[in-house]
Design a protein around this ligand. Structure first.
Ligand code: ADP
Length: 380
């Protein structure tokens, strides 16, 4: 099946075309400056259709899979999209004001262009629908949950849903019986506690701001800081910018890209060293906590840009996990590549792994599975 995977943002549309039988990537690209050079998502789709005509040698797309950030409490699985599903994605916009409206626009543009092609929504929150209430319920008055849906949702679910079974199979463990702590470390970063193959806790919460130190996000802070700043005259937009775009590694090191920070730290830059220290310490604490949450992890797994490539950062984290009996194999830690691999010593009490993620592949597979099971022509 030829699946077009779309990640639709407010000003850009990223795409890949995957042949799901062979897992082959046929083409990929980005159409950006939507709302500027490209007038809207419909125009972006026209541009995309033109590119695909050239790049796919006349082969046509069988299905479209969309990455949708927020599925709220409703969506725990990928779903075939119809009009009611798009409206539901739009209704969840208050929870993901930048992302969900853009996904809905992408979906509608595809429908207008290719009304007959089935579309599937794959939600970033869905994998965390198995969180028990004790993990998702904030200790806040319940009216906030009822009125605004304020609870922990978790993100990066598509990645965890792909990496968890891959790691289990790598170790020869049944994915349904796998307990692990997985760290997805990209520009946005989170950790997930996996018990019997399911997510039982994760560090991102109501929004992707909670948890780890990220490229430009603070992660956990004392919420009183916001109250204090509000009293100093900071308004909501300023606080949003402060916590989401001006904090994290950027605030600590003056730079959000891990490669540059590692290089600067090596050259003796104290701020960069501190940034790495704060971020690694936070992650090490979460791993310790989630080892307890899952009842003893069978693996600690690193994935995404930093998790897969940042060997120095991995070392900083794993060196703190001695009390769990984890021992890093410094040489194995230097291996690069797209294959799953072990980076701990043979006598490490818990194996540490690097397992590259592939969210587009996961979306393509999920889309093919939903569309392959259709018993009749879908009605939008
Ligand atoms: P996104 O969340 O945007 O998908 P990625 O998963 O691509 O992000 O991760 C981006 C992060 O990975 C950046 O901080 C980048 O510096 C880091 N990264 C990529 N390659 C390396 C590397 N070789 N060493 C250290 N960090 C790396």
């Amino acid at each position: 099946m030829l699946v077009l995977v779309i990640n639709s943002g407010s000003s850009s549309l990223k795409y890949q075309v995957r042949e799901t039988d062979t897992e082959e990537l046929l083409t990929k690209g980005i159409i950006d400056r939507i709302g500027d050079v490209v007038p809207d998502h419909a125009a972006a789709l026209e541009e995309l259709a033109g590119r695909l005509r050239e790049e796919l040698d006349g082969r046509s797309i069988d299905a479209v899979g969309h990455r949708v950030v927020h599925g709220g409490e409703r969506f725990s699985e990928p779903v075939l999209i119809n009009n009611e599903i798009v409206r539901s994605i739009e209704r969840l916009s208050p929870l993901a004001p930048l992302h969900n409206p853009a996904s809905a626009m992408g979906i509608r543009a595809v429908h207008d262009k290719w009304p007959k092609i089935p579309q599937v929504a794959v939600f970033d929150t869905a994998f965390h629908r198995t969180l028990p209430e004790r993990a998702w319920h904030y200790a806040l008055p319940n009216t906030l949950y009822r009125r605004y849906g304020i609870r922990r949702y978790g993100f990066h679910g598509t990645s965890y849903g792909y990496v968890a079974p891959t790691a289990a199979r790598f170790l020869g463990i049944d994915p349904a019986r796998f307990n692990a702590v997985i760290a997805h470390l990209g520009n946005g970063a989170s950790v997930a506690a996996i018990r019997n193959g399911k997510s039982i806790d994760t560090s991102m919460g109501f929004t992707p701001l909670e948890g780890l130190v990220m490229g430009t996000r603070s992660g956990d802070v004392d919420p009183s800081i916001l109250i204090f700043l509000a009293r100093q005259g900071y308004d909501a937009d300023t606080l949003d910018d402060l916590l989401n775009r001006e904090s994290g590694l950027r605030a600590l090191a003056g730079e959000s890209d891990m490669r540059s920070i590692e290089t600067a730290a090596e050259q003796g830059d104290e701020r960069s060293r501190l940034a790495l220290d704060v971020a690694a310490y936070r992650l090490a604490k979460y791993i310790g906590a989630y080892h307890v949450a899952v009842g003893g992890a069978q693996a600690v797994v690193f994935t995404a840009g930093i998790g897969e490539n940042g060997w120095k950062f991995r070392q900083l984290v794993l060196d703190q996990l001695g009390p769990l009996g984890i021992r890093l194999d410094s040489e194995a830690n230097l291996v690069t590549g797209k294959q799953a691999r072990r980076i701990s010593t043979e006598d490490s009490a818990i194996p540490a792994l690097v397992v590259p993620t592939d969210e587009e592949e996961a979306i393509a597979e999920a889309t093919a599975a939903v569309v392959g099971n259709l018993e009749q022509e879908p009605v939008f």
